[in-house]
Structures are given as C-alpha cells and as structure tokens.
Design a protein around this ligand. Structure first.
Ligand code: ACM
Length: 693
C-alpha cells in the first residue's frame, strides 16, 4: 500500500462510518433522494431519476435471469459480460443461470424489441430499474436500453450483507444528449486493437455511445484500403487496422451500444495519403510520413476531378466497413500554403469566382458532401467546414469554442461540442464537468437544447502511447459522460469527485489500464530502487497543461514517452485533497486538519533524500531532481506557514513577500511537470496574519 493508498483507505473508512450512520437513519426515516449520495458505490452518470430505499438485495453468485419479450444474441452476450463484470467487482463466480418463471428469477429483463439494425442517434436508450430485497426488474424498449440499465446495475453492487448487495432502488433513466462520444487519434501514436477494445468496454460502463476514430493524419494512414493499397502500405509504417479488424471493432462497439464514426481528415492533415499517392496533392512530391507535431503544408488539390473520383471509390470501400450513417471528413487547420503557391489553383479560383481559399475549401466540402450523400452518409466536419453554401444536413463539430457551435446552430446545422472536452489539455475533471453545452447563454435546462446533438471528448495522440493513453482518458471521461447523459442540474463538483474515485476503481476492475500501467512505469523509472519515494513525488505532480509540452523539446513520434511526466496523472487527487484540507483548516483551524496538513507537508519535505538515491542511479530520473528539491522547499515553507498561523504570530510584510517569491521561483516547470500543491501552499502563506476565525 503506498502513502496515497493509506490516505484512500482512511477516507474509505470515514465513508464507511458515514454509511453505517446513514444506514441506521435509513431504518428510522423513510428514504428519498437525499440518501442517494451514500448508497451508491459510484454511480456515474447519475440517473435522471433515482430513489433509494432501505432494503438490499443480496448478491451471492446465484442470479437466475429471466428475459421477457425480445431476446437475441446481442442481449445474451450483454448478460454474459454483465456477469463477468460482477465477478470482477466481487471476486466470486456468477454462472449464467436461467429462470423459467418470474418467481424463480432474481433478475427479470423485459425488452420490448431489438432496436435499430444500425444504431443512430435516435436509438431509444431509456430504461427503468427496480431493485427490491427479492428481485431486480429491468425494463427497456430496446437492447441498447437494457445495456444502459445493466451498466447502472453493475455500479450499484457494493459491500454489504454477507458480502455484496445491491441497494433497494427505483430508477427511471434516459440520456440528455444523443451523441456522447470519445475521439481516439490512432495516427500520431498508433493504438492497437487491445486499446480500442478495453476503452470501448469502459465507455459502455459510463454509457457513452460514439467512438470517433481519427484514422488518417499527417503521421499515419491507419486503415487498410484494398482499392488503394499504396495508402496503408506507404503511409503507415505497417501500423494500421486491417478491414477484418475494423469490422471487429464495429461489431464489438455495437455489442456495447456504441456507434463507430470514422474520420478521414481532409483536405489538410493528409501527408500520409500523399506518400503513396502524390498525384492527389496540390504540390509535387515526393512526400514522407510526417514525424513531428503541428500543422503542415501538404494538402489535397481540390481543383482536380481525379481527386473526387479517388475519394468516391475510397468512400465506397469505407462505407462497406463502417455502417454508421455519419462519416467525418475533418476539414480542420488547412493552412493554404500549397494552394497559394500553385498557379493552376489560383487560376481555378478566378475561373470559378471563388473569392479566397476558404471558399475553395467550401467548394471541396460541397463536392465531398455530395459524394458521401450518394453513399448514404451524412457529412461531419470540424468548425472550419462552416461556410456559405455548406449543404444543409451536415454536422459541425466545434473544437475552437462554443461560439462556433452557436454559429453552426444559428445557421441551421446540428452541432457537437468538443471545445472544453479536450482530454489532451490535461485539465481537471471539474473543468470538463462544468463545461455546459449551452452556447447561446441562458440557464441550462434538463432538456437537450435544439440542434445540439451532444459532445465528444478528444484524445489526441501526440503524447500518448498504448501504455499511457488510458491514464489520460480515465477517469476524467466519466465526468464528461455524466455531463452528456445526466440532467444539467446534476453538477455538484465534490460529489462528482467522490463518485469518480469509485468509478475509477470499477473501470480498472473491468480492464481499463489507467491505474495499473502507472505502477509498472514507476518501477521502470526507479530501476532497482523501491518506488515509494517516486510515488510520493508522482502523486503531487501533473503534466504541464495545454500544448506547453511541445515547447519544452522537439518531439517526434519516435520520442519515448517513458518519463515522470508520462506516469503523472493529469489531475493530482492528493493535491485536491490537500486543498480541501487547507480550506477546512483555514475556516475552522481544527487540530485534526492541522495534523493531516502537517503530515503531508512533512512527507513531501522528507521525500527528497530518499528519492535522490534512486535519481543517482536512474538516467531517466535525472531531470526530476529539481522538481523533488522544489517540492522539499515548498513543503518546508508550508510548514513554516503552519507554525506561524498556529502560533498567531504576525510576521512582517517582508516575510510573506519573501516566502511567496521563493515559492514562485520553485514553481518551475521542470521536467515538463507542474507541482500541483503549490497554489494551496501559497494560500496557506497568504493567510498568515489574518484573524483567527
Ligand atoms: C483539431 O483539434 N484540430 C480538431
């Protein structure tokens, strides 16, 4: 157990105590929504309507199931997976027992019909769930509704009774938004099948319903094309999904009620296409797969008819693999340099009376939209596709800000919000959680604003490998999933974090690797040394935010991502707890809070010595020495602040200014990480000299 686990264990014990007290009051009081907080193991997204009651159903491995109404192979597979998850949560076997009558059944599933043959955003995902001490009843109109209900049921399983129980509860649930997605960029860094599959499992657990696969980029063409094999043969370094694998992903996702929307980014971000097909480009080749990050010049030539013939044949091939009614053409970040420099393209602009390069991109988009339409697809693109003449029916995905979403909606297009949901920005879960999908102002309502289909989190691939990607997606994506599924009124940040912690553990149990891979990364860094001291440091640092990492050194997709910054979590939970403790201390000055704060500060202060022995032996840790030293300094200053506050001293203004300057100086960043507890130590110092409450 590491030190943060000790803290986790203590807070768990506190929660357990609260649970016991609540449990006793439950026996005395009739129950309602107010007790929901303490009777769920970590429900996320929170159902639209939920009412807990006092009893519990014992979950003991014997769960005979009866299906009433529609049943099919997908539903049976969903039940098998549900039982496997119960085994993962409880550590006991759950054989697939079938009951012949409702009386014998512990779980009765009533499913009215199969739902759509090809899932669309209109699929009915609603369900109702009733758990009593004797039986679970799950009702839904479609198999997808059953899937959503089973996902909720899994999250209700918790320690109790003789082992595990599901609390008595009544739930009516449906999503607020119909498009709840995750984009995975498999191009900047290749992400193989196992990554996609385990993330689909985790997505289903939090009721997400769209996997947006970013399949082509400057750095890689990740799809097998039998029609144009030079695309993947020359554009992928051999790292691409075969058509069989893509079909498998689509089927795997469908089993989980998740649509797969493929993105083929064009006319920019297309270097990897041009390696094998330079004739598509607006400037002569040859082209090589791009290894760096950024926005590059290579671009399709939209003035050539042969390009549209090529795309028609390519989309025809992809349509046979991806049944989803939507296809994404990217359309972002065309820098126009090749178009400006090409005299034939300039002549085309004059001939067609196109006033500028944006109008040329608009021309390209209209042509592509028509091709996709012919293949039965609705075109989706990033903000940049919004322009005069964009055919009605296209969908705009907004990444540059909610104003562009508002503009798209004003012009009659459906929109998807990704601005504020960029996971690669490494922002806290609370930031994403409070990113309301209400671009036109006004207070959010629990119904979906017109024309906003929903939102998508984006996991761009510059700084993630198969080893680290889960830690950038989870558990923060669960908070986004709640924003997209649950009523707008559910937005209590502290309660979100309470549940997020539990959801993080549950996702780990069903195969996500956001927690497990970190341990092995720290062991790799520490070499023959124990990882304890490194864990203490890793628990309080965060990777630098936004795109600051790219400024720190020249990255390519060959640069190893195996350093402390890669093992650090985007949001330090230790820092968050420390902040809450300090806030509590400053408002009440309790002795308990003081002890907890001092314990943490001392552990950070004393960590440096232990860590230095590992640092001396491990080349990859060399860069970490100043971070560790700065943590030591900051902790020492924090302890001084505590001493000063608790002895009610009034040091001169110089003391405070000097300490704050020293902290600022220690803020770094070094090694591309920020010390996440700095702001809270500053708060402590700033409060020195203020009156005791
Ligand atoms: C984007 O982030 N360029 C869509």
């Amino acid at each position: 157990m590491d030190r943060s686990d000790v803290a986790d264990y203590k807070s768990l014990m506190r929660i357990t105590r609260i649970r016991v007290v609540c449990g006793l009051s439950l026996l005395l009081l009739s129950c309602g929504r107010s007790v929901a907080d303490h009777r769920d193991r970590g429900l996320m997204p929170m159902p639209a309507k939920i009412e807990f009651a006092a009893a519990s159903l014992q979950v003991d491995g014997h769960l005979p199931i009866m299906i009433v109404g529609h049943s099919d192979a997908r539903l049976q597979r969903a039940i098998d997976q549900f039982l496997q998850h119960l085994t993962a949560y409880t550590g006991q076997e759950f054989p697939h027992g079938v009951a012949d009558t409702p009386d014998q059944a512990k779980l009765v599933i009533r499913c009215a019909g199969p739902g759509q043959l090809v899932q669309t955003p209109d699929e009915d995902e609603s369900y109702s769930l009733r758990v009593t001490a004797e039986q679970i009843q799950l009702n839904a109109a479609t198999v997808v509704g059953v899937l959503r209900g089973l996902a909720t049921l899994e999250q209700l399983v918790q320690p109790g009774g003789n082992g595990f129980v599901i609390p008595e509860v009544s739930i009516e649930d449906k999503p607020r938004f119909v498009w709840r997605g995750l984009l995975i960029d498999v191009c900047r860094h290749w992400q193989p099948m196992a990554v996609i599959q385990r993330n689909l499992d985790a997505m289903a657990a939090v009721k997400l319903n769209v996997l947006h696969l970013h399949l082509t980029e400057d750095q890689g063409f990740r799809v097998e094309s039998r029609r144009f094999p030079r695309l993947h043969e020359h554009g992928s370094d051999g790292k691409y999904f075969t058509q069989e694998q893509l079909r498998k992903i689509v089927a795997y996702a469908r089993d989980r009620g998740i649509r797969v929307v493929p993105e083929f980014d064009m006319p920019g971000h297309t270097t990897s296409w041009l390696v094998g097909h330079p004739e598509l480009a607006a400037a002569p080749g040859p082209y090589r797969i791009e290894r760096r990050w950024g926005v590059f010049d290579p671009c399709f030539d939209p003035t050539r008819e042969a390009l549209y013939e090529f795309l028609d044949a390519f989309f025809s091939e992809m349509t046979a693999i991806f049944p989803d009614p939507y296809m994404h053409i990217g359309g972002d970040e065309v820098n126009g340099k090749q178009w400006e420099a090409n005299p034939q393209i300039q002549a085309f602009l004059k001939r067609e009376s196109l006033p500028d390069l944006h109008a040329l991109q608009a021309y390209f988009n209209r042509r592509v939209a028509a091709i996709l339409n012919k293949h039965g697809k609705t075109m989706v693109g990033w903000d940049e596709i919004l322009h005069e003449g964009l055919p009605q029916g296209c969908v705009v995905q907004s990444w540059r800000g909610s104003e562009s979403l508002a503009q798209a909606i004003e012009r009659g297009f459906d929109g998807i919000l990704s601005s504020g949901f960029y996971l690669d920005h490494q922002r806290p879960a609370s930031f994403h959680y409070l990113n309301e999908l209400q671009p036109t102002g006004g207070s959010p309502s629990d119904t979906r604003p017109a024309r906003i289909l929903g939102g998508e989190a984006c996991m761009w691939g510059e700084y993630v490998t198969p080893e680290t990607i889960d830690s950038r997606i989870w558990p923060r994506l669960a908070a986004i999933a709640e924003r997209l599924w649950s009523p707008a009124s559910i937005k209590d940040v502290d309660d979100m974090y309470r549940r997020l912690e539990q959801v993080g553990h549950a996702l780990d149990a069903i195969g996500a690797r956001h927690r497990t891979n970190r341990g092995r990364m720290l062991h790799r860094l520490a070499g023959r040394h124990p990882i304890g001291a490194l864990q203490v440091l890793a628990a309080v640092v965060e990777p630098v935010k936004f795109y600051k990492r790219s400024a720190a050194r020249p990255y390519t997709n060959h640069t190893p991502l195996n350093r402390l910054v890669d093992a650090a979590r985007p949001e330090s939970q230790v820092a968050r707890r420390f902040q809450l403790e300090v806030r509590g201390f400053l408002s009440g000055r309790s002795a308990d809070a003081s002890r907890a704060i001092r314990r943490r500060l001392k552990s950070w202060r004393d960590n440096h010595q232990a860590l230095m022995s590992a640092i001396r032996d491990a080349p990859l840790l060399e860069e970490v020495a100043p971070v560790s030293r700065n943590l030591q300094l900051i902790a020492t200053l924090g302890l001084q602040a505590m001493d000063t506050i608790e002895s009610d001293q009034q040091p001169g203004a110089d003391w405070k200014a000097g300490v704050l300057a020293a902290i600022e100086n220690a803020a770094g960043p070094h090694a591309e990480v920020d010390i996440a507890v700095i702001a809270t130590v500053k708060t402590l110092v700033e409060s020195v000299g203020s009156a005791k409450p």
